[in-house]
Each structure stands twice: as C-alpha cells, then as structure tokens.
Ligand binder design. Structure first.
Ligand code: FMN
Length: 178
C-alpha cells in the first residue's frame, strides 16, 4: 500500500494549516489505494539548518519519516510571496529521502497561495520530487471565515480528488525507480 504524507507547511502558533490538512485527509481517506497521514514539521523540532552540529534527534526522525513515505501532499501557505521558512528549512534537512517521489500542492493565501505554490515547485525539482499539475487553491477571503475558520467552498472537492488521483498514480510509478 502506498503511503502519502500530508505535510503541514506552517508551524506558527494559531496557524490554520491543521484545519486544511484534516480536510484533505478526510477526502483522501475515502481512497483504498493509498494510506494518508498528517506530517507536522513542528513535531520534529528541527533547528535552523547550519546552526547546530546536526545531531538533534528530530533531524534523523524527520529523515526516517520522509523515507517511509512514497509521496506527499504539501499544505502550502503564502508568506511574503513564498513558502514559509519552516517548510524550506525542513525540505533542506533531507536529500535522498525525497528522491523519486511525487507530490501534490494545496495552497492558500489572499490569491490562493499561488505564488508560494509556484516557488515550491522549483524547490521540489531540485530534490527530485515530481509535482503533479492539479493544484487546489484556497482563498483566505472565500474559504475561511475571518481568515481563521476554514470553511471550504464545495467547488474545491473535484480538484482535490483529481490532485490525489495524480499523486497516487505518480507515487506508484516512481516507486519502481527506487
Ligand atoms: C509572515 C507572513 C507573511 C505573509 N505574507 C503573505 C503574502 O505575501 N501573501 C498572502 O497572500 N498572504 C500572506 N500572509 C497571510 C497568510 O497566508 C495567512 O496568515 C495564512 O493563514 C498563513 O498560514 P498559517 O495560518 O497556516 O500560518 C502572510 C502571513 C505571515 C504570517
């Protein structure tokens, strides 16, 4: 069975990413061709890359978690027209554990998180993660109440299912390369 991690891109107190990730997982769990789990960067207490000797147990645990997964759905939020520093740092903390896997992106922000999503596509290319085309974009104005309570419009459901279909297909295909 393929294992897909739904990765929370934000770590700040009061973040909305857990609500979005739970919603994606609820849709994904209806599938029978893959297992889905939420992966929270905050659980790993990663230091800022290069500021320690790299022996913190969270670094090894993060790499082990990534290695156990066949694909990813990144829950990406837009911070200053890009991804969060926490997500970039977490991506930088692994190398081979990312290689030859697939990913989908679910983003949010004032313009659907589109700028952040396009940035992570470039980063994923460098760690040999193949990002699928279909990309649900959630608006802080119309999919959240008061920009904090997640109330997604129904129209996103088809897009999430199409993205998951592509992630599962590509994750299975890329597994044959590893
Ligand atoms: C440091 C910072 C920078 C932000 N910059 C942008 C931005 O450039 N564009 C945008 O659409 N939203 C921006 N936002 C709004 C976030 O997208 C919004 O707060 C979102 O809820 C953040 O995700 P989170 O709650 O999971 O942390 C920014 C938020 C923060 C904290």
């Amino acid at each position: 069975m393929l294992k897909i991690g739904i990765v929370l891109g934000s770590t700040r107190q009061g973040r909305v990413s857990p609500q979005v990730a739970e919603w994606v997982k609820g849709i994904a769990d209806k599938r029978t061709d893959a297992e889905f789990e939420i992966v929270d960067i905050a659980d790993y207490n990663l230091p800022f890359l290069g500021t320690t000797d790299g022996t913190e147990p969270g670094i090894a645990a993060w790499n082990e978690k990534l290695a156990s997964l066949d694909g990813f759905v990144f829950v990406v939020q837009e911070y200053n027209h890009s991804i969060t520093g926490a997500l970039k740092n977490a991506i930088d903390f692994a190398r081979e554990a990312w290689y030859n896997k697939a990913a989908g992106i679910v983003s949010y922000g004032s313009t659907g998180g589109a700028r952040a999503a396009e940035h992570i596509r470039g980063i994923l290319g460098e760690v040999k993660v193949a990002d699928v085309r279909t990309h649900p974009t959630l608006s802080l104005f119309t999919d959240f109440e008061n920009m904090s309570e997640f109330k997604p419009q129904d129209l996103h459901l088809d897009n999430v299912n199409a993205m998951l279909e592509e992630v599962v297909a590509w994750s299975g295909a890329l597994k044959t390369l590893r």
